[in-house]
Design a protein around this ligand. Structure first.
Ligand code: AMP
Length: 188
């Protein structure tokens, strides 16, 4: 199995590129943001808890997020050729937990593809996306919080994965096709 993390700030193109990676490499997509939005749409208790964090641009607590992820991995593992983790991990604690989870299942992360995009471009993209996405967290105030959370809490993971020797930086500005070709080369 080939397990990949797609990493980067909100609006860097993780979702768009994940869809292409799935098509080309046959990986199974696990997007924690999508999982949580589905719980919210279904009106579950978990969705209610998640919404109280997401609507403010805050992260869901690590223990809860890791529990949800482990359950998802277990349900998909028997039929998967490998996972693409999108939006997870977002903290060092989550990265350590992911490593343990995968170890326990005889798996590991092969590469972390980091889509690198300057902040001013992210802001423009997210505000534009907000006009069509219907996402409650794509509004200027929540976007600013999400970018701050990214810089304070998530970006340190870049160095964590550089130290592990599996970080692959990709310039996330440019055409979707061009970025995808660079990602494909990094994965292959
Ligand atoms: P995303 O779709 O990846 O941008 O995630 C949307 C929101 O879901 C984030 O701003 C967080 O509130 C929450 N979320 C998604 N993934 C995680 C995670 N790994 N840890 C904590 N919160 C998360």
């Amino acid at each position: 199995m080939k397990n990949i993390v797609i990493f980067g700030a909100p609006g860097c193109g993780k979702g768009t590129q994940s869809a292409r990676i799935i098509d080309r490499f046959g990986l199974t997509h696990i997007s924690t943001g999508e999982l949580l939005r589905k719980e919210i749409a279904d009106g579950t208790e978990l969705g209610r808890i998640a919404d109280s964090y997401i609507s403010k641009g805050h992260l869901i607590p690590d223990h809860l997020m890791c529990e949800i992820l482990a359950a998802r991995i277990d349900s998909l593992l028997p039929t998967s050729k490998g996972f693409i983790f999108d939006g997870f991990p977002r903290t060092i604690a989550q990265a350590e937990e992911l490593k343990k989870m995968l170890d326990a299942r005889g798996q590991h992360i092969e590469a972390v593809v980091g889509l690198e995009v300057p902040d001013d471009e992210l802001m423009v993209r997210l505000v534009e996306r907000g006009k069509v996405s219907g996402r409650a967290d794509d509004n200027p105030e929540t976007i600013a919080n999400r970018l701050q959370v990214y810089h304070n809490t998530t970006k340190p993971l870049r160095d964590y994965y550089v130290a592990e020797g599996i970080y692959r930086p990709i310039n996330g500005s440019g055409s979707i096709d061009e970025i995808f070709e660079n990602i494909s080369n990094a994965i292959a």
